[in-house]
Design a protein. Structure first.
Length: 169
C-alpha cells in the first residue's frame, strides 16, 4: 500500500512526505520534483505549454507510480483535481489530505515566487483564497484520511499519518 499526500501548496506535503518515508522505510517520490527533473521548471511548463499540458505530465507520473508498492507520494496541489489520477492512486494506496488554514498557507507561500498559479498576480491572498475554496471540497472527497496540520510540528504530522496508515493495513 502506498501513502499519498495531497493538499494545497504550502501545506508541507514534501517535507512531511520525506519524514513519513524515513519513519516507514519507504521510497519517497514528489510528483512535482519528478516533472521538474524530467521536463524542466514547472513555471516554464505552465508559461510555455499551459496548465493542461502540465496536468497531462502529472497523469503520466501517476500512471507510473500507481503501479508500484510501498511508496510515499507527495502530490502537486492540483493533481487530485483529475478524477482518473485519484482512481489510479487509490487502487494501491490511501490518500491523506493535509489540511491547513488559509492564514497558515498564506504565510508559507507569500514569499515563494516559484508557484505558477500565484505568480505575477499581485493578488496572492485573493488567488490563494479562491484556490482553497475550490479545492478543499475535492481534497475532502478523495481523501481516505484528513490530517490537520495547523499548530503541529513535522514530527507530529508524520507520526499521525504513520499511525493511520498502519491501522489501514
Amino acid at each position: 500500500m502506498n501513502i499519498i499526500l495531497c493538499g494545497m501548496m504550502g501545506v508541507g506535503k514534501s517535507s512531511v512526505g520525506i519524514h513519513v518515508a524515513k519513519l516507514t522505510r519507504r521510497r519517497w517520490y514528489d510528483t512535482d520534483i519528478m516533472i521538474g527533473d524530467r521536463y524542466g521548471k514547472i513555471s516554464d511548463i505552465f508559461e510555455f505549454y499551459g496548465e493542461a499540458h502540465f496536468r497531462s505530465l502529472e497523469a503520466q507520473i501517476v500512471r507510473e507510480l500507481a503501479k508500484q508498492d510501498e511508496l510515499v507520494i507527495s502530490t502537486g496541489g492540483g493533481l487530485v483535481l483529475i478524477h482518473e489520477n485519484c482512481e489510479r492512486l487509490k487502487q494501491n494506496g490511501k490518500i491523506f489530505f493535509l489540511r491547513a488554514s488559509f492564514e497558515t498557507l498564506l504565510q508559507r507561500v507569500r514569499a515563494d515566487d516559484s508557484r505558477p498559479l500565484l505568480k505575477d498576480t499581485g493578488k496572492t491572498a485573493e488567488r490563494l483564497g479562491a484556490l482553497l475554496a475550490e479545492r478543499t471540497p475535492i481534497y475532502e472527497s478523495v481523501a481516505d484520511y484528513i490530517v490537520d496540520t495547523d499548530n503541529k510540528g513535522l514530527d507530529e504530522v508524520a507520526a499521525e499519518i504513520v499511525a493511520l496508515a498502519e491501522g489501514a493495513q
